[in-house]
Design a protein around this ligand. Structure first.
Ligand code: GLU
Length: 297
């Protein structure tokens, strides 16, 4: 619980959409929450396009997302970062973890893992097969990080204490897939560090990824930012809004209405007449009156 501004003048927040489709109401809520928290704290707000997975990318989604943010009056600081241009940096991070002895190759197939695993908090827990019996590397292999037996815990600004014993809850996880694609968990940690992000505000669906990211921050010698996981928007079936659940793109012809709805979803209480005003006065009010302790959780 909190309702005060952060003292640090160095607040740096970010919004990191994956360009798998246009911005929908769920991603708008993450954008608005991270933007307001940054602006309320007189911080910077950066945008990073998480376009690592070129196969899941929808052509035109990146420009559509950026254009929507602009139309909604959300100005970002600095240049947009693109993960698709950063394989070199991710390779260096993986090399470093390799030299420190924290990773190992894995040739297990998805099916083998499913057959020999128990379910954890985010899918099958890798049982460590290739750690115990290093296999001959005669085919494409993934790289996994050793999770060790420590409990990783952090204080979410909204949810309070959250902890995982990674080895049991998640298992040694993949940093680079067998097709050479770097994993989200690695890229997000490397990029948040490079962009000097101090405060992460994003959807609750990523809560269970956070201990993995904190482990990598520790192994790579990076600082751990503060975290706030926002409630996730669901549809009538209780599914998270996403491209897979066919979420409708934000209708920018009605930008103010969308913003007011996002604010309501985040538990903020804009005055009724706000809907008749303009985008500039919306942001003025929202930035001044941002209250984290009103966000439902
Ligand atoms: N790219 C992720 C998504 O669109 C967000 C990653 C993050 O905020 O850490 O769901």
């Amino acid at each position: 619980m909190e309702n005060s501004r952060h003292v640090s003048p160095r607040y740096r927040g970010r919004f990191a959409p994956s360009p798998t489709g246009s911005l929908h109401f769920g991603s708008l809520v993450a954008a608005v929450g991270s933007y307001l928290d940054a602006r309320f704290n007189h911080g910077d707000w950066l945008v990073r396009i998480e376009d690592l997975d070129r196969q899941r990318e929808m052509p035109g989604a990146t420009s559509s997302i950026l254009h929507t943010l602009e139309t909604l009056g959300m100005e970002w600081d600095g240049d947009v970062m693109y993960q698709s241009q950063r394989s070199e940096v991710y390779r260096n991070a993986v090399d470093m973890l390799g030299k420190l002895g924290f990773i190992y190759p894995c040739i297990c197939s998805r099916k083998e893992i499913a057959d020999s695993s128990i379910m954890g908090v985010s899918g099958p827990v890798y049982p460590g097969t290739c750690l115990r019996n290093p296999a001959p590397i005669n085919k494409a292999y993934a790289l996994r990080v050793r999770t060790g037996n420590d409990v990783i815990e952090f204080n979410d600004r909204l949810r309070g204490l959250y902890s995982q014993r990674l080895r049991d809850d998640i298992g040694d996880f993949v940093l680079r897939r067998a097709d050479s694609m770097y994993a989200y968990q690695l890229a997000v940690v490397v990029d948040d560090a490079e962009q000097q992000i101090t405060h992460i505000v994003r959807g609750m669906d990523l809560l269970d990824s956070t201990p993995r990211q904190i482990l990598l921050q520790r192994l790579l010698g990076y600082a751990t930012p503060s975290y706030l996981h926002l409630p996730v928007v669901t549809n009538a079936l209780g599914e998270k809004l996403s491209k897979q659940t066919h979420a409708a793109p934000i209708d920018v012809s009605n930008a103010l209405m969308q913003l007011v709805n996002a604010l309501h979803f985040l538990g903020q209480e804009p005055p009724l007449e706000m809907i008749e005003g303009d985008i500039a006065s919306f942001w003025h009010w929202a930035q001044e009156n941002w209250r984290v302790d009103q966000i439902p959780h």
